[in-house]
Design a protein around this ligand. Structure first.
Ligand code: NAD
Length: 353
């Protein structure tokens, strides 16, 4: 099977590509290599096969159109290329819009004009649901909980875009759904919560689990914004790749659908709980600063993964403790990859996706 992956040199893309290469799939990666670590990820992939790399930018419609026209026999298009940080989107909303909204539109238009019929998987985000401020939350000792402990966010929740990133990804999410509706394109839309795992070059603004681990190995101080009780449902990247693959395999069921995906109720973590686990792995205290809550930082987000389970028989296989240990071991044995991590990156928060 031939997969065309935009943003394939990034964290989720390189993990997906590795899995596909090991299965003998044909993998084409379209990436502008802007993310730190993308070149290193491409070198790492060479051990598993021969992915083809096309350096191009989704903002440039000629780039993406030409790449797709050469690979118009791709059976799957996985769209991962994005500006991925909320904070960066606030600093440069135009760039964020052009990459996430216009870039997605360029991709969809090329596929339509080229009359291609791939299964298209879109990596959307839980940020399309906004702050969830109407849902009652309880303040516990080391975490927030939904007042209804069985509550999690399902796909019927009203959209409420917050932040330029929320708007640009939400726009892409809605274009995906509409191209499926209007043009009959075979699209599966995943609204992803917090994903973590190997090859994640986390920075303070995005990829908080990775960033905390990297910073701890480099003896850098991190700052916790807010009281650290913020909760996310976290998902190890292998489980996400499994869901992508199931969506392709069961495309008769998945096409035209939107799925919330994360660790779900069984795999949640607060920042306080995470730092305690990390300190116990490190065998020492983490140097930490505290600062006030950053705007837009949801106190708690948990995905309802029932629909994904019912439709695709998917559920997370990697528990939080297993995943954190795998991640810790990977960061520990790859510290050299992070040595030139920019020193101004001291801040961190669960605001990241
Ligand atoms: N990691 C998460 O927790 C998470 C959560 C929700 C949604 N997502 C979404 O999943 C997707 C992949 O995320 P990731 O964590 O692997 O991010 P990443 O930054 O590691 O990967 C994104 C890749 O896209 C490339 N890219 C950026 N701008 C581009 C452009 N203009 N043209 C072509 N390529 C470009 C980058 O070089 C990078 O290799 C993104 O769409 C992101 O919004 C991620």
């Amino acid at each position: 099977m031939k997969w065309f992956i935009t943003g394939g040199a990034g964290f989720i893309g390189s993990n997906t590509a590795k899995h596909l290469l090991l299965k003998g799939c044909d993998v084409v990666i379209f990436d502008n290599m802007s993310r730190r670590g993308s070149r290193s990820n491409m070198e790492w992939l060479e051990a598993f096969g021969t992915p083809r790399l096309i350096e191009g930018d989704v903002r440039n419609r000629e780039d993406i159109h030409h790449a797709l026209s050469v690979h118009n026999d791709a059976e799957v298009v996985l769209h991962l290329a994005a500006q991925v940080a909320v904070t960066t989107s606030v600093v440069n909303p135009r760039e964020d819009f052009e990459i996430n909204a216009l870039g997605t539109f360029n991709l969809l238009e090329s596929i339509r004009q080229l009359n291609m019929k791939p299964v298209i998987i879109n990596a959307s985000t839980n940020k399309v649901y906004g702050s969830l401020s109407d849902i009652p939350v309880r303040d516990m000792k080391s975490r927030y909980c939904f007042a209804d402990s069985g509550f999690a966010v399902n796909e019927k929740r009203a959209l409420d875009f917050h932040s330029p990133y929320g708007c640009s990804k939400g726009c892409a999410d809605q274009y995906m759904n509409d191209y499926s509706r209007i043009y009959g394109m075979r699209i599966v839309n995943f609204r992803q919560s917090c994903i973590y795992g190997y090859r994640q070059f986390g920075i303070e603004d995005q990829g908080w689990i990775a960033w905390f681990m990297i910073a701890s190995m480099l003896n850098k101080q991190v700052t916790i914004y807010g009281n650290g009780k913020q909760v996310r449902d976290v998902l190890f990247v292998d489980d996400l790749v499994d869901a992508y693959e199931r969506a392709v395999f069961h495309h008769d069921k998945a096409v035209g659908q939107t799925y919330n995906i994360g660790g779900g109720i069984g795999n949640t973590l607060s920042l306080i709980e995470f730092t305690e686990k990390l300190e116990s792995m490190l065998g020492r205290k983490l140097p930490m600063l505290k600062s006030k809550t950053r705007p837009g930082d949801q106190p708690i987000y948990i995905s309802d993964i029932t629909k994904l389970h019912d439709d695709l028989n998917w559920k997370p296989k990697v528990s939080v403790d297993e995943g954190l240990l795998l991640m810790y071991e990977w960061v520990k044995s790859n510290v050299h990859l992070f040595k030139d991590q920019p020193s101004e990156h001291h801040r961190t928060s669960v605001i990241s996706r």
